[in-house]
Write a protein that binds this ligand. Structure first.
Ligand SMILES: Nc1nc2c(ncn2[C@@H]2O[C@H](COP(=O)(O)OP(=O)(O)O)[C@@H](O)[C@H]2O)c(=O)[nH]1
Ligand SMILES: [Mg+2]
Length: 531
Protein backbone atom coordinates (compact mmCIF):
# COMPACT_ATOMS: atom_id res chain seq x y z
CA UNK A 1 0.00 0.00 0.00
CA UNK A 2 1.27 3.45 -0.87
CA UNK A 3 0.16 7.05 -1.35
CA UNK A 4 -2.92 8.22 0.52
CA UNK A 5 -5.56 5.85 1.72
CA UNK A 6 -9.00 6.15 3.19
CA UNK A 7 -10.05 3.69 5.85
CA UNK A 8 -13.54 3.34 4.41
CA UNK A 9 -12.36 1.81 1.17
CA UNK A 10 -8.96 0.53 2.18
CA UNK A 11 -9.51 -3.02 0.91
CA UNK A 12 -10.97 -1.81 -2.32
CA UNK A 13 -8.02 0.54 -2.91
CA UNK A 14 -5.52 -2.19 -2.11
CA UNK A 15 -7.24 -4.53 -4.55
CA UNK A 16 -7.29 -1.82 -7.21
CA UNK A 17 -3.60 -1.07 -6.76
CA UNK A 18 -2.70 -4.75 -6.94
CA UNK A 19 -4.91 -5.25 -10.01
CA UNK A 20 -3.37 -2.24 -11.72
CA UNK A 21 0.11 -3.50 -10.98
CA UNK A 22 -0.71 -6.96 -12.31
CA UNK A 23 -2.58 -5.61 -15.34
CA UNK A 24 0.41 -3.50 -16.37
CA UNK A 25 2.64 -6.56 -16.29
CA UNK A 26 0.13 -8.81 -18.04
CA UNK A 27 -0.57 -6.35 -20.79
CA UNK A 28 3.07 -6.11 -21.66
CA UNK A 29 3.46 -9.85 -21.52
CA UNK A 30 0.59 -10.34 -23.91
CA UNK A 31 1.99 -7.78 -26.32
CA UNK A 32 5.45 -9.22 -26.32
CA UNK A 33 4.79 -12.86 -25.64
CA UNK A 34 7.69 -14.28 -27.56
CA UNK A 35 10.19 -11.92 -25.95
CA UNK A 36 8.75 -12.42 -22.49
CA UNK A 37 8.87 -16.20 -22.84
CA UNK A 38 12.44 -16.13 -23.98
CA UNK A 39 13.45 -13.92 -21.11
CA UNK A 40 11.38 -15.92 -18.70
CA UNK A 41 13.34 -19.01 -19.56
CA UNK A 42 16.60 -17.17 -18.94
CA UNK A 43 15.37 -15.59 -15.77
CA UNK A 44 14.03 -18.86 -14.48
CA UNK A 45 10.51 -17.64 -13.79
CA UNK A 46 11.03 -14.10 -12.44
CA UNK A 47 8.45 -11.61 -11.16
CA UNK A 48 6.18 -10.03 -13.72
CA UNK A 49 7.58 -6.54 -13.20
CA UNK A 50 10.97 -7.73 -14.28
CA UNK A 51 9.41 -9.15 -17.43
CA UNK A 52 7.68 -5.86 -17.97
CA UNK A 53 10.91 -3.96 -17.67
CA UNK A 54 12.68 -6.31 -20.06
CA UNK A 55 9.99 -5.74 -22.60
CA UNK A 56 10.43 -2.05 -22.14
CA UNK A 57 14.10 -2.43 -22.91
CA UNK A 58 13.11 -4.12 -26.13
CA UNK A 59 10.67 -1.30 -26.88
CA UNK A 60 13.37 1.27 -26.27
CA UNK A 61 15.68 -0.57 -28.63
CA UNK A 62 12.91 -0.62 -31.24
CA UNK A 63 12.31 3.08 -30.73
CA UNK A 64 15.97 3.87 -31.15
CA UNK A 65 16.03 1.84 -34.33
CA UNK A 66 12.96 3.69 -35.60
CA UNK A 67 14.47 7.05 -34.73
CA UNK A 68 17.56 6.15 -36.71
CA UNK A 69 15.54 5.73 -39.92
CA UNK A 70 14.97 8.92 -41.94
CA UNK A 71 11.18 8.41 -42.07
CA UNK A 72 10.88 8.40 -38.31
CA UNK A 73 8.56 11.01 -36.82
CA UNK A 74 10.06 13.36 -34.28
CA UNK A 75 9.96 12.12 -30.69
CA UNK A 76 6.81 13.24 -28.97
CA UNK A 77 7.28 15.90 -26.34
CA UNK A 78 6.27 14.56 -22.95
CA UNK A 79 3.21 16.42 -21.73
CA UNK A 80 3.92 17.97 -18.38
CA UNK A 81 1.78 20.13 -16.15
CA UNK A 82 4.44 22.79 -16.13
CA UNK A 83 2.60 24.89 -18.68
CA UNK A 84 -0.80 24.49 -17.10
CA UNK A 85 0.43 24.91 -13.56
CA UNK A 86 3.24 27.41 -13.33
CA UNK A 87 5.59 26.20 -10.61
CA UNK A 88 6.72 28.67 -8.02
CA UNK A 89 9.62 29.75 -10.13
CA UNK A 90 13.05 28.30 -9.93
CA UNK A 91 14.63 29.48 -6.74
CA UNK A 92 18.32 28.93 -6.27
CA UNK A 93 18.51 25.43 -4.78
CA UNK A 94 20.47 26.35 -1.71
CA UNK A 95 20.44 30.13 -1.96
CA UNK A 96 18.70 32.47 0.42
CA UNK A 97 15.99 34.99 -0.34
CA UNK A 98 16.82 38.63 0.46
CA UNK A 99 14.62 38.37 3.56
CA UNK A 100 16.43 35.26 4.73
CA UNK A 101 19.74 36.90 3.97
CA UNK A 102 18.77 39.91 6.04
CA UNK A 103 17.57 37.70 8.85
CA UNK A 104 20.82 35.82 8.89
CA UNK A 105 23.02 38.87 8.52
CA UNK A 106 24.03 38.98 12.15
CA UNK A 107 25.23 35.40 12.14
CA UNK A 108 26.17 35.18 8.48
CA UNK A 109 29.88 34.89 8.98
CA UNK A 110 29.62 32.22 11.63
CA UNK A 111 26.92 30.37 9.68
CA UNK A 112 28.78 30.27 6.43
CA UNK A 113 31.85 28.97 8.16
CA UNK A 114 29.74 26.23 9.71
CA UNK A 115 28.10 25.54 6.37
CA UNK A 116 31.41 25.16 4.63
CA UNK A 117 32.60 22.72 7.26
CA UNK A 118 29.22 21.00 7.56
CA UNK A 119 28.54 17.41 6.55
CA UNK A 120 26.44 18.86 3.72
CA UNK A 121 29.43 20.45 2.08
CA UNK A 122 31.73 17.56 2.88
CA UNK A 123 29.43 14.94 1.46
CA UNK A 124 28.53 16.77 -1.71
CA UNK A 125 32.23 17.21 -2.37
CA UNK A 126 32.66 13.45 -2.08
CA UNK A 127 29.76 12.91 -4.39
CA UNK A 128 31.19 15.09 -7.14
CA UNK A 129 34.68 13.77 -6.54
CA UNK A 130 33.68 10.13 -6.82
CA UNK A 131 34.37 8.75 -10.28
CA UNK A 132 31.03 8.38 -12.02
CA UNK A 133 31.95 5.73 -14.61
CA UNK A 134 32.79 2.30 -13.26
CA UNK A 135 36.50 1.73 -12.86
CA UNK A 136 37.92 -0.91 -15.15
CA UNK A 137 37.52 -4.37 -13.62
CA UNK A 138 41.24 -4.93 -13.33
CA UNK A 139 41.99 -1.57 -11.80
CA UNK A 140 42.06 -3.02 -8.32
CA UNK A 141 44.22 -0.30 -6.76
CA UNK A 142 42.00 2.52 -7.96
CA UNK A 143 38.92 0.76 -6.68
CA UNK A 144 40.44 0.13 -3.28
CA UNK A 145 41.56 3.74 -3.08
CA UNK A 146 38.04 4.85 -3.83
CA UNK A 147 36.53 2.58 -1.21
CA UNK A 148 39.08 3.73 1.34
CA UNK A 149 38.43 7.34 0.46
CA UNK A 150 34.69 6.78 0.85
CA UNK A 151 35.22 5.11 4.23
CA UNK A 152 37.39 8.00 5.39
CA UNK A 153 34.81 10.46 4.18
CA UNK A 154 32.08 8.65 6.09
CA UNK A 155 34.19 8.92 9.24
CA UNK A 156 34.77 12.62 8.64
CA UNK A 157 31.07 13.17 7.99
CA UNK A 158 30.12 11.42 11.20
CA UNK A 159 32.58 13.53 13.19
CA UNK A 160 31.24 16.72 11.58
CA UNK A 161 27.68 15.63 12.29
CA UNK A 162 28.50 14.90 15.96
CA UNK A 163 29.97 18.39 16.27
CA UNK A 164 26.90 19.94 14.62
CA UNK A 165 24.66 18.05 17.06
CA UNK A 166 26.70 19.25 20.00
CA UNK A 167 26.38 22.86 18.82
CA UNK A 168 22.66 22.45 18.20
CA UNK A 169 22.17 21.15 21.74
CA UNK A 170 24.03 24.12 23.21
CA UNK A 171 21.85 26.48 21.17
CA UNK A 172 18.65 24.72 22.29
CA UNK A 173 19.32 25.71 25.91
CA UNK A 174 19.15 29.35 24.93
CA UNK A 175 15.71 28.99 23.31
CA UNK A 176 13.37 28.73 26.31
CA UNK A 177 13.00 32.45 27.12
CA UNK A 178 10.66 33.07 24.18
CA UNK A 179 8.00 30.60 25.33
CA UNK A 180 6.06 33.01 27.62
CA UNK A 181 5.47 35.47 24.76
CA UNK A 182 4.52 32.61 22.53
CA UNK A 183 1.87 31.37 25.02
CA UNK A 184 0.31 34.84 25.21
CA UNK A 185 0.20 35.11 21.42
CA UNK A 186 -1.42 31.67 21.14
CA UNK A 187 -4.06 32.62 23.74
CA UNK A 188 -4.94 35.74 21.74
CA UNK A 189 -5.27 33.76 18.51
CA UNK A 190 -7.41 31.17 20.32
CA UNK A 191 -9.85 33.92 21.28
CA UNK A 192 -9.97 35.23 17.71
CA UNK A 193 -10.56 31.74 16.37
CA UNK A 194 -13.37 31.11 18.87
CA UNK A 195 -15.03 34.32 17.78
CA UNK A 196 -14.74 33.39 14.12
CA UNK A 197 -16.19 29.95 14.84
CA UNK A 198 -19.08 31.50 16.78
CA UNK A 199 -19.81 33.85 13.87
CA UNK A 200 -19.69 30.91 11.51
CA UNK A 201 -22.14 28.98 13.69
CA UNK A 202 -24.58 31.89 13.61
CA UNK A 203 -24.41 32.27 9.83
CA UNK A 204 -23.40 28.89 8.42
CA UNK A 205 -24.24 29.95 4.87
CA UNK A 206 -21.57 32.63 4.92
CA UNK A 207 -18.40 31.14 6.41
CA UNK A 208 -15.86 33.74 7.43
CA UNK A 209 -12.92 34.17 5.14
CA UNK A 210 -10.66 35.51 7.85
CA UNK A 211 -9.27 33.55 10.78
CA UNK A 212 -7.08 35.46 13.15
CA UNK A 213 -5.46 37.89 10.75
CA UNK A 214 -5.11 35.25 8.03
CA UNK A 215 -7.30 35.32 5.00
CA UNK A 216 -8.73 32.49 2.94
CA UNK A 217 -8.57 32.70 -0.84
CA UNK A 218 -11.41 30.55 -2.15
CA UNK A 219 -11.07 28.64 -5.42
CA UNK A 220 -12.73 30.20 -8.43
CA UNK A 221 -12.75 27.23 -10.79
CA UNK A 222 -13.50 23.54 -10.60
CA UNK A 223 -10.59 21.16 -11.07
CA UNK A 224 -10.63 19.86 -14.64
CA UNK A 225 -11.03 16.09 -14.81
CA UNK A 226 -8.15 15.62 -17.23
CA UNK A 227 -5.41 16.96 -14.97
CA UNK A 228 -6.08 14.69 -12.04
CA UNK A 229 -3.08 12.55 -11.26
CA UNK A 230 -3.29 8.97 -12.47
CA UNK A 231 -0.89 6.15 -11.70
CA UNK A 232 -1.21 4.72 -15.18
CA UNK A 233 2.17 4.54 -16.88
CA UNK A 234 3.93 5.38 -13.63
CA UNK A 235 6.40 2.50 -13.73
CA UNK A 236 7.62 3.60 -17.14
CA UNK A 237 8.09 7.17 -15.89
CA UNK A 238 9.86 5.99 -12.75
CA UNK A 239 12.11 3.72 -14.75
CA UNK A 240 12.82 6.54 -17.21
CA UNK A 241 13.63 8.88 -14.32
CA UNK A 242 16.08 6.43 -12.78
CA UNK A 243 17.85 5.71 -16.07
CA UNK A 244 21.07 7.46 -15.05
CA UNK A 245 21.30 5.64 -11.74
CA UNK A 246 20.50 2.37 -13.45
CA UNK A 247 22.86 2.74 -16.39
CA UNK A 248 25.87 1.27 -14.59
CA UNK A 249 24.11 -1.18 -12.32
CA UNK A 250 22.01 -2.61 -15.14
CA UNK A 251 24.93 -3.35 -17.43
CA UNK A 252 26.94 -5.08 -14.70
CA UNK A 253 23.99 -7.29 -13.88
CA UNK A 254 23.55 -8.22 -17.53
CA UNK A 255 26.88 -10.05 -17.68
CA UNK A 256 26.93 -13.75 -18.20
CA UNK A 257 29.33 -14.77 -15.44
CA UNK A 258 29.19 -14.34 -11.66
CA UNK A 259 32.75 -13.81 -10.46
CA UNK A 260 34.75 -11.57 -8.13
CA UNK A 261 35.09 -8.83 -10.73
CA UNK A 262 31.31 -8.66 -11.03
CA UNK A 263 30.99 -8.09 -7.27
CA UNK A 264 33.74 -5.49 -7.41
CA UNK A 265 32.13 -3.61 -10.27
CA UNK A 266 28.79 -3.81 -8.51
CA UNK A 267 30.39 -2.31 -5.42
CA UNK A 268 31.84 0.54 -7.45
CA UNK A 269 28.54 1.18 -9.21
CA UNK A 270 26.54 1.13 -5.97
CA UNK A 271 28.97 3.59 -4.36
CA UNK A 272 28.78 5.82 -7.43
CA UNK A 273 24.97 5.82 -7.18
CA UNK A 274 25.32 7.20 -3.63
CA UNK A 275 24.18 4.01 -1.92
CA UNK A 276 26.88 4.71 0.67
CA UNK A 277 29.66 2.51 1.92
CA UNK A 278 27.84 0.74 4.76
CA UNK A 279 24.71 0.02 2.74
CA UNK A 280 26.73 -1.15 -0.27
CA UNK A 281 28.72 -3.61 1.83
CA UNK A 282 25.52 -4.84 3.46
CA UNK A 283 23.80 -5.34 0.10
CA UNK A 284 26.77 -7.22 -1.32
CA UNK A 285 26.99 -9.41 1.80
CA UNK A 286 23.34 -10.31 1.43
CA UNK A 287 23.82 -11.01 -2.26
CA UNK A 288 26.80 -13.32 -1.70
CA UNK A 289 24.80 -15.23 0.90
CA UNK A 290 21.84 -15.54 -1.45
CA UNK A 291 24.06 -16.75 -4.30
CA UNK A 292 25.54 -19.43 -2.04
CA UNK A 293 22.23 -20.47 -0.51
CA UNK A 294 20.31 -20.69 -3.79
CA UNK A 295 23.29 -21.85 -5.86
CA UNK A 296 22.76 -18.99 -8.28
CA UNK A 297 24.91 -19.31 -11.37
CA UNK A 298 23.64 -16.89 -13.95
CA UNK A 299 23.56 -13.09 -13.81
CA UNK A 300 19.85 -12.90 -14.67
CA UNK A 301 18.94 -14.79 -11.50
CA UNK A 302 21.50 -12.71 -9.61
CA UNK A 303 19.66 -9.59 -10.74
CA UNK A 304 16.36 -10.99 -9.50
CA UNK A 305 18.01 -11.83 -6.17
CA UNK A 306 19.32 -8.27 -5.82
CA UNK A 307 15.87 -6.88 -6.64
CA UNK A 308 14.41 -9.07 -3.88
CA UNK A 309 17.06 -8.00 -1.36
CA UNK A 310 16.56 -4.34 -2.22
CA UNK A 311 12.78 -4.75 -2.06
CA UNK A 312 13.02 -6.29 1.42
CA UNK A 313 15.29 -3.44 2.51
CA UNK A 314 12.93 -0.77 1.13
CA UNK A 315 9.63 -2.33 2.21
CA UNK A 316 9.62 -0.67 5.67
CA UNK A 317 9.64 2.71 3.87
CA UNK A 318 6.47 1.83 1.97
CA UNK A 319 3.53 3.16 3.93
CA UNK A 320 0.39 5.06 3.02
CA UNK A 321 -0.87 8.20 4.74
CA UNK A 322 -4.11 7.37 6.53
CA UNK A 323 -6.19 10.47 5.89
CA UNK A 324 -9.22 9.40 7.92
CA UNK A 325 -7.46 9.22 11.24
CA UNK A 326 -8.02 12.87 12.13
CA UNK A 327 -10.30 15.61 10.96
CA UNK A 328 -8.74 17.69 9.71
CA UNK A 329 -5.57 15.71 9.13
CA UNK A 330 -2.81 18.29 9.53
CA UNK A 331 0.40 17.97 7.53
CA UNK A 332 3.44 20.20 7.91
CA UNK A 333 5.95 20.25 5.05
CA UNK A 334 9.58 21.26 5.54
CA UNK A 335 12.86 21.13 3.65
CA UNK A 336 15.71 23.12 2.13
CA UNK A 337 15.13 25.77 -0.54
CA UNK A 338 14.08 24.42 -3.92
CA UNK A 339 13.59 20.83 -2.73
CA UNK A 340 10.09 20.83 -4.21
CA UNK A 341 7.93 21.54 -1.15
CA UNK A 342 5.43 23.90 -2.73
CA UNK A 343 5.00 21.97 -5.97
CA UNK A 344 4.68 18.70 -4.05
CA UNK A 345 1.96 20.25 -1.87
CA UNK A 346 0.13 21.24 -5.03
CA UNK A 347 0.43 17.73 -6.42
CA UNK A 348 -0.68 16.15 -3.15
CA UNK A 349 -3.71 18.44 -3.11
CA UNK A 350 -4.73 16.94 -6.45
CA UNK A 351 -4.19 13.40 -5.17
CA UNK A 352 -6.39 14.22 -2.19
CA UNK A 353 -9.01 15.78 -4.40
CA UNK A 354 -9.10 12.54 -6.33
CA UNK A 355 -10.08 10.62 -3.20
CA UNK A 356 -12.72 13.20 -2.39
CA UNK A 357 -10.85 15.00 0.36
CA UNK A 358 -11.28 18.73 0.82
CA UNK A 359 -7.98 20.52 1.24
CA UNK A 360 -6.83 23.79 2.76
CA UNK A 361 -3.30 24.95 1.99
CA UNK A 362 -1.53 27.27 4.41
CA UNK A 363 0.98 29.63 2.78
CA UNK A 364 3.57 29.30 5.51
CA UNK A 365 6.47 30.38 3.32
CA UNK A 366 6.14 33.94 4.49
CA UNK A 367 9.72 34.83 3.63
CA UNK A 368 8.93 35.25 -0.01
CA UNK A 369 5.79 37.27 -0.81
CA UNK A 370 5.90 35.63 -4.23
CA UNK A 371 5.62 32.17 -2.66
CA UNK A 372 2.40 33.17 -0.93
CA UNK A 373 0.91 34.62 -4.09
CA UNK A 374 1.94 31.63 -6.17
CA UNK A 375 0.27 29.24 -3.76
CA UNK A 376 -2.83 31.44 -3.68
CA UNK A 377 -3.01 31.62 -7.48
CA UNK A 378 -2.44 27.88 -7.72
CA UNK A 379 -5.24 27.25 -5.22
CA UNK A 380 -7.64 29.54 -7.05
CA UNK A 381 -7.33 27.54 -10.19
CA UNK A 382 -7.35 24.12 -8.59
CA UNK A 383 -10.37 23.92 -6.36
CA UNK A 384 -8.33 24.33 -3.24
CA UNK A 385 -8.61 26.96 -0.53
CA UNK A 386 -5.43 28.75 0.44
CA UNK A 387 -4.97 30.62 3.68
CA UNK A 388 -2.36 33.38 3.84
CA UNK A 389 -1.33 36.09 6.24
CA UNK A 390 0.01 39.50 5.28
CA UNK A 391 1.72 39.79 8.66
CA UNK A 392 4.22 37.13 7.76
CA UNK A 393 4.33 34.96 10.88
CA UNK A 394 4.36 31.36 9.63
CA UNK A 395 3.31 29.93 13.01
CA UNK A 396 0.28 32.26 12.97
CA UNK A 397 -0.75 31.13 9.48
CA UNK A 398 -0.41 27.50 10.52
CA UNK A 399 -2.51 28.11 13.62
CA UNK A 400 -5.20 29.97 11.69
CA UNK A 401 -5.22 27.30 9.00
CA UNK A 402 -6.01 24.57 11.52
CA UNK A 403 -8.73 26.65 13.13
CA UNK A 404 -10.21 27.48 9.72
CA UNK A 405 -9.99 23.80 8.73
CA UNK A 406 -11.89 22.80 11.86
CA UNK A 407 -14.54 25.49 11.39
CA UNK A 408 -15.08 24.59 7.75
CA UNK A 409 -15.00 20.83 8.12
CA UNK A 410 -11.92 20.54 5.88
CA UNK A 411 -10.44 17.02 5.57
CA UNK A 412 -6.75 17.85 5.13
CA UNK A 413 -4.76 20.97 6.05
CA UNK A 414 -1.29 21.21 4.48
CA UNK A 415 1.14 23.80 5.83
CA UNK A 416 3.91 24.96 3.49
CA UNK A 417 7.06 26.37 5.09
CA UNK A 418 9.99 28.43 3.86
CA UNK A 419 13.11 26.59 2.75
CA UNK A 420 15.93 26.43 5.29
CA UNK A 421 19.25 24.72 5.79
CA UNK A 422 19.83 22.63 8.92
CA UNK A 423 22.79 24.91 9.68
CA UNK A 424 20.56 28.01 9.90
CA UNK A 425 19.80 27.55 13.55
CA UNK A 426 17.35 30.43 13.99
CA UNK A 427 15.32 29.13 11.05
CA UNK A 428 15.30 25.64 12.54
CA UNK A 429 14.07 27.19 15.79
CA UNK A 430 11.32 28.90 13.85
CA UNK A 431 10.32 25.53 12.42
CA UNK A 432 10.13 24.08 15.93
CA UNK A 433 7.91 26.99 16.92
CA UNK A 434 5.57 26.40 13.96
CA UNK A 435 5.23 22.78 15.03
CA UNK A 436 4.59 23.69 18.68
CA UNK A 437 1.98 26.32 17.81
CA UNK A 438 0.16 23.85 15.55
CA UNK A 439 -0.15 21.54 18.56
CA UNK A 440 -1.85 24.35 20.43
CA UNK A 441 -4.45 24.81 17.70
CA UNK A 442 -5.39 21.12 17.72
CA UNK A 443 -4.31 18.22 19.93
CA UNK A 444 -1.93 15.85 18.14
CA UNK A 445 -1.37 18.31 15.27
CA UNK A 446 0.58 18.15 13.10
CA UNK A 447 -0.29 14.54 12.36
CA UNK A 448 2.32 14.32 9.65
CA UNK A 449 5.61 16.21 9.53
CA UNK A 450 7.11 15.64 6.10
CA UNK A 451 10.59 16.46 4.92
CA UNK A 452 10.89 17.05 1.18
CA UNK A 453 14.25 15.90 -0.18
CA UNK A 454 15.73 16.65 -3.60
CA UNK A 455 16.73 13.28 -5.07
CA UNK A 456 19.92 14.82 -6.46
CA UNK A 457 21.13 15.42 -2.92
CA UNK A 458 22.33 11.81 -2.66
CA UNK A 459 24.06 10.87 0.58
CA UNK A 460 23.48 14.32 2.07
CA UNK A 461 19.84 13.29 2.44
CA UNK A 462 20.91 11.36 5.54
CA UNK A 463 22.28 14.47 7.26
CA UNK A 464 19.17 16.46 6.30
CA UNK A 465 16.86 13.77 7.67
CA UNK A 466 18.78 13.64 10.93
CA UNK A 467 18.80 17.41 11.42
CA UNK A 468 15.13 17.97 10.57
CA UNK A 469 14.09 14.91 12.57
CA UNK A 470 15.85 16.23 15.64
CA UNK A 471 14.19 19.63 15.21
CA UNK A 472 10.60 18.66 14.37
CA UNK A 473 10.27 14.85 14.74
CA UNK A 474 9.60 13.82 11.17
CA UNK A 475 6.90 11.29 10.37
CA UNK A 476 7.81 10.77 6.73
CA UNK A 477 9.61 11.87 3.57
CA UNK A 478 8.89 12.95 0.03
CA UNK A 479 11.80 12.47 -2.37
CA UNK A 480 11.51 14.62 -5.50
CA UNK A 481 13.55 15.00 -8.71
CA UNK A 482 14.50 11.37 -9.04
CA UNK A 483 14.28 12.04 -12.76
CA UNK A 484 17.75 12.50 -14.12
CA UNK A 485 19.59 11.82 -10.89
CA UNK A 486 22.53 9.44 -10.81
CA UNK A 487 22.16 9.19 -7.03
CA UNK A 488 19.01 7.10 -6.67
CA UNK A 489 20.90 4.61 -4.50
CA UNK A 490 20.68 7.05 -1.60
CA UNK A 491 17.14 5.81 -0.88
CA UNK A 492 18.63 2.40 -0.06
CA UNK A 493 21.00 4.17 2.33
CA UNK A 494 18.03 5.93 3.95
CA UNK A 495 16.36 2.57 4.52
CA UNK A 496 19.52 0.85 5.75
CA UNK A 497 20.76 3.53 8.15
CA UNK A 498 17.33 3.79 9.79
CA UNK A 499 16.30 0.16 9.65
CA UNK A 500 15.61 0.11 13.40
CA UNK A 501 13.49 3.22 13.15
CA UNK A 502 12.28 3.50 9.54
CA UNK A 503 10.96 6.78 8.21
CA UNK A 504 8.40 6.17 5.47
CA UNK A 505 8.98 7.58 2.00
CA UNK A 506 5.36 8.47 1.36
CA UNK A 507 5.81 9.87 -2.14
CA UNK A 508 8.49 10.12 -4.78
CA UNK A 509 8.67 12.54 -7.69
CA UNK A 510 10.13 12.05 -11.14
CA UNK A 511 9.08 15.24 -12.87
CA UNK A 512 7.17 18.47 -12.75
CA UNK A 513 3.83 17.07 -13.89
CA UNK A 514 1.12 16.39 -11.33
CA UNK A 515 1.11 12.68 -12.19
CA UNK A 516 4.88 12.57 -11.68
CA UNK A 517 4.50 12.40 -7.90
CA UNK A 518 3.22 9.02 -6.72
CA UNK A 519 3.17 6.80 -3.66
CA UNK A 520 6.40 4.90 -3.06
CA UNK A 521 6.37 1.17 -3.76
CA UNK A 522 9.46 -0.77 -2.68
CA UNK A 523 9.30 -3.42 -5.41
CA UNK A 524 8.59 -0.91 -8.15
CA UNK A 525 11.53 1.21 -7.07
CA UNK A 526 13.93 -1.72 -6.71
CA UNK A 527 12.93 -3.04 -10.13
CA UNK A 528 13.15 0.35 -11.82
CA UNK A 529 16.60 0.84 -10.31
CA UNK A 530 18.03 -2.43 -11.58
CA UNK A 531 16.20 -3.61 -14.67
N1 LIG B 1 12.50 17.58 -12.51
C1 LIG B 1 11.76 17.74 -11.40
N2 LIG B 1 11.55 18.97 -10.93
C2 LIG B 1 10.81 19.10 -9.81
C3 LIG B 1 10.28 17.99 -9.11
N3 LIG B 1 9.62 18.45 -8.03
C4 LIG B 1 9.73 19.80 -8.05
N4 LIG B 1 10.45 20.22 -9.13
C5 LIG B 1 10.84 21.59 -9.51
O1 LIG B 1 11.73 22.12 -8.56
C6 LIG B 1 11.61 23.53 -8.50
C7 LIG B 1 11.49 23.97 -7.06
O2 LIG B 1 10.27 23.52 -6.52
P1 LIG B 1 9.51 24.29 -5.34
O3 LIG B 1 8.28 23.51 -5.06
O4 LIG B 1 9.38 25.73 -5.62
O5 LIG B 1 10.55 24.08 -4.14
P2 LIG B 1 10.45 24.61 -2.66
O6 LIG B 1 11.39 25.74 -2.54
O7 LIG B 1 10.89 23.45 -1.83
O8 LIG B 1 9.04 24.98 -2.39
C8 LIG B 1 10.40 23.88 -9.34
O9 LIG B 1 10.85 24.36 -10.58
C9 LIG B 1 9.68 22.56 -9.51
O10 LIG B 1 8.94 22.49 -10.68
C10 LIG B 1 10.55 16.66 -9.63
O11 LIG B 1 10.15 15.62 -9.10
N5 LIG B 1 11.30 16.60 -10.78
MG1 LIG C 1 8.25 26.71 -1.70
Amino acid sequence: MFGFFRRKNQDQKAAEAAAEFAAAAERTEAEQQALAEARQAVANGTATLVQQALVMQADEAAQQAAAATPAATPATTPVTEAAAVPGPGTPAPTGMSPAEAAATASTATAESTTAAASPAAAISTTATASPAPAAPADDEAARRAMVEQAALQVERDLAAQAEANRQAEAAAHAGHAASANEAAAVAAREAQARQAAAEAAQAPAALPTTYGDSEIVPPTQALPEAVRPARAGWFERLRGGLARTRSQLGSILSRSKIDESLYEDLETALLASDTGYGTTEWLLGQLRERVKRDRIQDAATLKTALIDILTDLLTPLEKPIDVDRASPLVMMIAGVNGAGKTTSIGKLARHLHQIEQSVLLAAGDTFRAAAREQLARWGERNQVHVIANEGGDPAAVAFDAIKAGQARGIDVVMVDTAGRLPTQRHLMDELKKIRRVMGKAMDDAPHEVLLVLDGNTGQNMLAQVQAFDEAVQLTGLIVTKLDGTAKGGAIAALAHTRRDNPLPVYFIGVGEGVEDLQGFSAREFATALLV
